[in-house]
Design a protein around this ligand. Structure first.
Ligand code: ATP
Ligand code: MG
Ligand code: MG
Ligand code: MG
Length: 489
């Protein structure tokens, strides 16, 4: 029987519960313990203070399914969405944790047992990486698990290398850190991409499913690595990537949960081709936007609220590309609730709030989206024209057209196009945006506003309301019925 996403969540937690782990509920996407971090971007975030020794828990083994967002801040996968088979903005990370209890031997053996024993993933499809000098992890994979050496790849720091693998994890410049071992699934030679550590590792043939981090050092300000008295384990496995493997499909967007969302998105946008990239983007973005609102973030022009606004507007622009001219995005919240409400009751509880917040933002952007797209076309045509007229005669290479910073700023200022939205549209058409020019135009406008004494919060909201919105606590219905949502700039 092919497991559903819900089955996989449950199997994972049951497996670790039966090995002495306490099941911990998902924390918010807004980190409660770190004001410098925009979003919870991995399962580790809510446990940070436990690893630092600043917080004690009543357990030394835990397992969880943590909602994560990688859209803004240090981890940003927003630009990958719709382009790779494996990246979302919002995703769920399955994790098991040892706080000074078990270490590499158990962590690796259990990961292997769960993948190949419980879920019956063929061992021959799996390969792993270890940190280049982590002979202990290498030895466990080869001698205890019995993996052939050619499927155990040593990875270094790769500083300056043309590829991204880096099997050494650290929380910050100092403090807990240590080597990782990552487990990859080979989706088959018909898909482009090389094994981890090779120059074309970024393809989607070998997909990383599980990262096991072994915190065993405490890095000193002078760079020295002191052994931690009680090493810890931090693991993270992408639920959607695992579901793709267990459901015998390649991409995350082909799994049960995404197919259900995509079907509905197709219905609401009159799109029959369910492989359409825009439907995938919309399905990704409805999850990110809904859970952000559940966690107390509302669209605004600053901070977390602006990240939310950017994601919503990207989704709406994809709806527009599919020909939709009516609000549609908020209608997907009900479907999402049916799919994920059992795992996240907070979504069910806040469903109406989420719908209303999204609907308000749809109405707001509808006023400028259509004309903004027309302006974009004019700007793009001008950029292409000037690129080809400035190309040297006889130069066969395609002229590279760039949207001027001032034009991107106009789209932002008058039409409410966040610059990453403009850049995304430009990318689809093979153009780029002069980001430095955009920043300069933005700085200039701030200066002018300040000189004229008009400088206030960029939201243009009364300060008391801003004060209520900024801590991104859950706002509830009061703020909405008081008109809070309607006046958010
Ligand atoms: P990749 O190299 O594929 O971008 P990563 O190394 O950045 O992944 P980690 O930070 O190690 O990912 O996160 C742990 C796990 O979470 C990954 O092994 C993967 O299964 C999952 N994961 C990471 N980023 C995403 C994403 N954007 N969407 C879905 N799953 C993700
Ligand atoms: Mg990544
Ligand atoms: Mg990786
Ligand atoms: Mg990784």
């Amino acid at each position: 029987k092919i497991p559903t996403t819900a089955d996989i969540r449950r199997d994972f937690l049951e497996f670790f519960a039966s090995r002495g782990h306490t099941i911990v509920p998902s924390a918010s996407l807004v980190p409660g313990n770190d004001p410098t971090l925009l979003f919870t971007n991995s399962g580790m975030v809510p446990f940070k203070d436990v690893f630092l020794g600043a917080e004690k828990r009543s357990y030394v083994r835990a397992a969880d399914v943590q909602r994560c967002l990688r859209a803004g801040g240090k981890h940003n996968d927003l630009d990958q969405v719709g382009y790779t088979a494996r990246h979302h903005t919002f995703f769920e990370m399955l994790g098991n944790w040892s706080f000074g209890d078990y270490f590499k031997g158990d962590a690796i053996a259990w990961a292997w047992e769960l993948l190949t024993g419980v879920w019956k993933i063929p061992a021959a499809r799996l390969l792993v990486t270890v940190y280049h000098d982590d002979d202990e992890a290498y030895g466990i994979w080869r001698d205890v698990v019995g993996l052939p050496p050619e499927r155990i790849i040593r990875i270094g720091d790769n500083k300056g290398a043309p590829y991204a693998s880096d099997n050494f994890w650290q929380m910050a410049d100092t403090g807990p850190c240590g080597p990782c071992t990552e487990i990859f699934y080979d989706h088959g030679a018909h898909i482009a991409g090389g094994p981890p550590g090779s120059p074309d590792e970024d393809g989607d043939r070998f997909i990383e499913i599980w990262n096991l981090v072994f915190m065993q050092f405490d890095r000193q300000p002078d760079g020295a690595l002191l052994p931690l008295p009680a090493p810890c384990v931090d693991t993270g496995m992408g639920l959607e990537r695992l579901a793709a493997v267990l459901q015998h499909v390649h991409g995350n967007y082909e799994i049960d949960l995404f197919q259900a969302l995509i079907r509905k998105a197709g219905e609401f946008t009159n799109t029959t081709d369910l492989e359409n990239k825009s439907l995938r983007v919309i399905a990704d973005h409805i999850r990110a936007c809904s859970f952000l609102i559940v966690d107390g973030v509302l669209p605004s022009n600053e901070g977390r609220g602006y990240v939310l606004r950017r994601i919503i507007r990207r989704a709406l622009r994809h709806g527009w590309m599919l020909g939709v001219r009516e609000p549609f995005f908020h209608k997907l919240v009900g479907t999402l609730d049916e799919l994920m409400g059992a795992a996240y009751p907070e979504l069910t509880r806040n469903r109406e709030l989420v719908e209303r917040a999204l609907r308000a933002e749809e109405d707001r952007f509808a006023e400028t989206l259509d004309s903004g797209m027309r302006i974009f076309d004019e700007i793009a045509a001008r950029a292409v024209g000037s690129a080809s007229s400035s190309a040297a005669p006889g130069d066969a290479s395609a002229p590279h057209a760039t949207i001027a910073g001032a034009d991107a700023f106009r789209l932002y200022d008058t039409y409410g196009f966040p610059v990453d939205l403009t850049a995304d549209i430009a990318r689809e058409r093979g153009l780029s945006v002069d980001m430095a020019g955009f920043d300069a135009a933005m700085a200039h406008q701030r200066e002018t506003a300040r000189a004229a004494g008009k400088f206030s919060s960029a939201t243009g909201l009364p300060a008391d309301l801003v004060a209520r919105l900024q801590p991104t606590e859950f706002i509830g219905y009061e703020a909405l019925t008081a008109g809070g949502l309607e006046v958010v700039a």
